[in-house]
Design a protein. Structure first.
Length: 384
């Protein structure tokens, strides 16, 4: 049964939180613009084991769009599609899907004070898309504001203190689409963005300046390279490490990297993958495979010497080999991780399942094996 053992992450002293110029509570939601929200919600209910909790559509006054809100523990996904464009927002969503395919349009962040967060962001160079505004219903008041980030992605800053509705004003509670089984993941661990060549440092500086995020990790040169392709990555995070955004850019190599492929098929910068934290990756992978989710393959040779450098983990090596789960260890502990194949026809958005045991890393020891697996898929698609 999944999600039975809780693993805690390091806490941040209260004084550090109080001094944070841009305090955040965590990820509020990952919002997808999709061609058919009803079908997407069904897929993520069955394949990912998520539970629908709220809905907005023509039946409750939203004539232009339909949105389904799904949750798994503290992780929240929102799938929105256009029924009939009538406003600039509806036309923007329709154009977004036409240009990019199904993808993430908004990485919403919960903040204690949306007005203060927006003011700080604008003062430090953010491009404001929507000034702070209130919406109300019988469950209370929500304050939101929106700033732009890479590509057409946005951050909605959400202040929902005291609000006890199912999601936001305008949404009604909705039951599960299918009977939910054991929970497969409980939180969003990190969200990865792909940007153009030469733009990674620019966006790292954006998060440093606009949100007060700090640099957590850096992977350059041989850290993320194979014989054929390479990329560079830096990770920014808020002071509590609740919100973590790795940022990737392609690097010059013999052949087209996974970042080049993404940028080509997505039509520009965007969210590449979402890492989901699970407390039982074995049960999670078994359940998701049984539901039809496809994961990247890992050669058996990866596991032949795994114990020599990764040490002992809670999962036997033979089980890791069977399920193709990767392991990485650092000075703080270890992690277990596995990556899905892209979840739509375009080779763009995919997911990572991650189980942490002390390590706050991102699987540096697995980069070569992972990217070789991605290259095999690129070659099958004719895009390497």
């Amino acid at each position: 049964m999944a999600d039975t053992t809780m693993h805690t992450q390091p806490t941040t002293p209260a004084t550090a939180r109080q001094a944070d110029p841009f305090p955040v509570k965590g990820m509020d939601a990952v919002v997808f613009a999709v061609g058919n929200a009803k079908q997407a919600a069904h897929y993520y209910s069955t394949a990912f084991g998520m539970k629908r909790v709220a809905y907005s559509g023509p039946e409750n006054g939203s004539r232009e769009t339909a949105s389904y809100v799904l949750e798994s523990g503290g992780a929240r996904f929102v799938f929105t599609s256009v029924i009939k464009p009538a406003t600039d927002w509806g036309r923007f969503l329709a154009d977004h899907v036409a240009a990019h395919g199904d993808g993430v349009i908004d990485l919403s962040i919960e903040v204690p004070d949306a007005r203060a967060a927006y003011a700080y962001a604008i003062e430090h160079g953010a491009d404001g898309l929507t000034e702070p505004y209130e919406t109300k219903d019988e469950h209370g008041t929500v304050v939101r504001a929106v700033i732009a980030t890479y590509g057409q992605t946005r951050h909605t800053l959400v202040e929902r203190t005291g609000y006890d509705g199912p999601y936001l004003p305008g949404f009604v509670a909705a039951g599960p689409i299918v009977e939910p089984g054991p929970r497969r993941f409980q939180a969003i661990d990190h969200c990865v963005g792909n940007v153009e060549l030469g733009k990674m440092d620019e966006w790292v500086a954006f998060y440093n300046n606009v949100m007060g995020f700090t640099n957590m990790k850096e992977f350059v040169g041989d850290d993320i390279a194979t014989e054929y392709s390479a990329l560079m990555s830096k990770v920014v995070a808020d002071g509590t490490r609740k919100v973590k955004f790795p940022l990737n850019e392609p690097a010059i190599a013999k052949k087209k990297s996974q970042i080049d492929e993404y940028l080509e098929f997505y039509g520009g910068p965007g969210v590449q993958h979402i890492a989901l934290a699970t407390n039982d990756i074995v049960a999670t992978v078994r359940a998701m495979r049984a539901a039809g989710v496809e994961f990247l393959d890992t050669p058996d040779t990866y596991y032949d010497t795994l114990g020599d450098w990764a040490g002992e983990t809670r999962v036997p090596v033979e089980t890791l080999r069977e399920l193709k789960i990767l392991v990485d260890r650092d000075e703080d502990g270890y992690l277990l991780q596995i990556f899905t194949k892209p979840v739509q026809d375009r080779p763009t958005v995919f997911f990572e399942m991650i189980e942490r045991h002390g390590s706050m890393g991102f699987g540096k020891g697995n980069f070569k094996a992972l990217f070789e697996a991605i290259e095999r898929e690129q070659e099958r698609r004719g895009n390497l």
